[in-house]
Design a protein. Structure first.
Length: 106
């Protein structure tokens, strides 16, 4: 069995590790990482998060992000929350405090 250590020191890099499964575009990865970094875990795509992400990315109308939210949902990166009316991060992508990701394979 071999181990691969991947240093993912940003949310964007962390998400890139899983992108073979999700098949997100670079823009979708960038937007998802900004949503995660915005910090609202109970509703990752809340209005305040959209406004923050749009500002960070230089998008004039935060409503534009609704198209990306739909794509992220369709690709399984975010899922509809059972507890709130919003979206949460897919369990596969739960960000841990670890910067180092270890993958074992044989």
């Amino acid at each position: 069995m071999r181990k691969i250590n991947i240093k993912a020191d940003t949310t964007f890099k962390y998400l890139q590790v899983f992108n073979g499964i999700l098949e997100l575009t670079d823009k979708e990865l960038q937007i998802l990482s900004k949503f995660i970094d915005a910090g609202d875990v109970s509703n990752i795509c809340s209005t305040s998060s959209k406004k923050s992400v749009a500002k960070d990315l230089g998008i004039k109308d935060y409503h534009t992000l609704n198209n990306y939210v739909k794509r992220l949902k369709d690709k399984g990166a975010i899922i509809k929350s059972k507890d709130t009316a919003g979206y949460i991060l897919a369990p596969l992508l739960k960000i841990s405090n670890k910067i180092l990701i270890e993958v074992e394979y044989s």
